[in-house]
Design a protein around this ligand. Structure first.
Ligand code: ADP
Length: 394
């Protein structure tokens, strides 16, 4: 019988969850409002159950309290069948972890050391693991890393031009969104073999955003670096920034590391530029000129990185849009792809508005595709593979 696998994506104020019976998604949902008033949204397509209500927790509003409150609801759906493993999205695996791994105390210590490199995600990912260890003590806990996909990228994309000792101590370009890129590669492998083998650029445009140059399923270059701040502007993160700006903020403005971190991670990007919202849909619907300018900057940076990624690959055969913005915003796709015939990119307006699968014209040299990503499914596959490969914990 296929194992029951729970996939958790734990953030600062939310836990997204998907419960799988084999490859079938049995329950999906999210607990939001952690740290304040937890709220549960749940859908169980097989049983028809839907929940959208405050989550009653007996013990506060932590990740642990929320998972404990979710447990009996999941158990009802499972009818007594045990969860074999919990697969966790962990944003940073450092230099060591280039594959999913069963979580032990030693692994937890290694991952904790990486918290300063991904302050927006890693502490919450680990809080989710601890909560799941408590709620599902019999289940294997598996970590799947966003950095793993990039670990074999070329050295020139791994290093900064700093003295070598910094590289040796781990100051490297890690790259993120690896689970999403991996899912897209697997999708192409199954559905478009030629595209998979060729030169692919994936634009993962969500709240967080990055782009990746991929050849035959292998990461060659990516826009994110040491932390998830670099590259494209994001909802609240700045993207590429001259390091001199940080020196200026420290010396001239007297800002502390915490203040600078808060500025770069939480107050910049679309939110900082527009002064209105971090949400692309809200900005697209706004007639405030600041919203238009924020979008203009966003599109400019995506176009710039598209050229850079194409140069890294010496051309491009397939361009994939994914993530909330990449999948849903015909406007952003259109603006990124306008006047890109020099690259061989030509988008069909009607197909772009439909936004499902191929959106390029018949004569476009580059196939432009919209593919919904599914990081949860990737984590499920990894977790199941690990269970199958070594059913007993080492
Ligand atoms: P996360 O990185 O948190 O998983 P998502 O991948 O869900 O985020 O992407 C969220 C972004 O997608 C938000 O900026 C949201 O406004 C944007 N988005 C979703 N639907 C649309 C749409 N129809 N038009 C424009 N932007 C959209």
């Amino acid at each position: 019988m296929a194992p029951i696998i729970l996939v958790l994506n734990s953030g600062s104020s939310s836990i997204k969850f998907s419960l799988y019976d084999g490859p079938t998604e049995q329950v999906t949902g999210q607990i939001s409002g952690l740290g304040a008033e937890p709220h549960l949204n749940l859908e169980a397509p097989l049983s028809g159950r839907q929940i959208d209500r405050a989550l009653d927790t007996s013990d506060g509003s932590s990740h642990g309290a929320a998972l404990a409150a979710l447990l009996p609801i999941l158990n009802e759906e499972l009818g007594g069948r045990p969860v074999a493993a919990v697969g966790h999205r962990v944003v940073h695996g450092g230099t060591k972890h280039d594959l999913p791994i069963r979580i032990t105390d030693v692994v937890m210590q290694e991952l904790r050391v990486l918290e300063p490199l991904a302050p927006l995600h890693q502490p919450h990912n680990l809080a989710g693991i601890e909560a799941a260890q408590e709620a599902f003590p019999e289940a294997d806990q598996v970590a799947c890393f966003d950095t793993a996909f990039h670990r074999k990228h070329p050295w020139v994309n791994d290093t900064f031009a700093l003295p070598r000792s910094f590289y040796d101590e781990g100051v490297r370009r890690y790259g993120f969104h690896g689970l999403s890129y991996e899912y897209i590669c697997e999708y192409l492998k199954q559905n478009a073999q030629d595209a998979y083998k060729g030169k692919v650029i994936v634009a993962h445009l969500g709240n967080g955003a990055s782009m990746c140059a991929i050849r035959a399923g292998q990461s060659i270059g990516s826009t994110m670096g040491f932390t998830a701040l670099d590259g494209l502007p994001m909802g609240t993160r700045c993207g590429q920034l001259d390091p001199g700006v940080i020196l200026y903020l420290m010396t001239t403005n007297g800002m502390s590391p915490d203040e600078i971190s808060d500025l770069l991670y939480k107050k910049s990007g679309l939110k900082g530029l527009s002064g209105i919202s971090q949400d692309m849909r809200a900005l697209s619907e706004s007639d405030d000129p600041r919203a238009a300018e924020a979008i203009e900057y966003y599109v400019f940076r995506v176009r710039r990185e598209l050229g850079a990624m194409a140069a890294v690959l010496s051309g491009v055969d397939t361009l994939v849009f994914t993530g909330g913005i990449g999948e849903n915003s015909a406007l952003i796709r259109e603006r990124v792809c306008t006047d890109q015939e020099w690259l061989g990119i030509q988008v069909d307006p009607a197909l772009n508005n439909a936004g499902d699968g191929a959106i390029s014209t018949q004569s476009s040299k580059v196939a432009v595709l919209v593919i919904p990503t599914n990081e949860e499914e990737m984590i499920r596959r990894h977790t199941e593979a690990l269970l199958t490969a070594s059913p007993v914990p080492a």
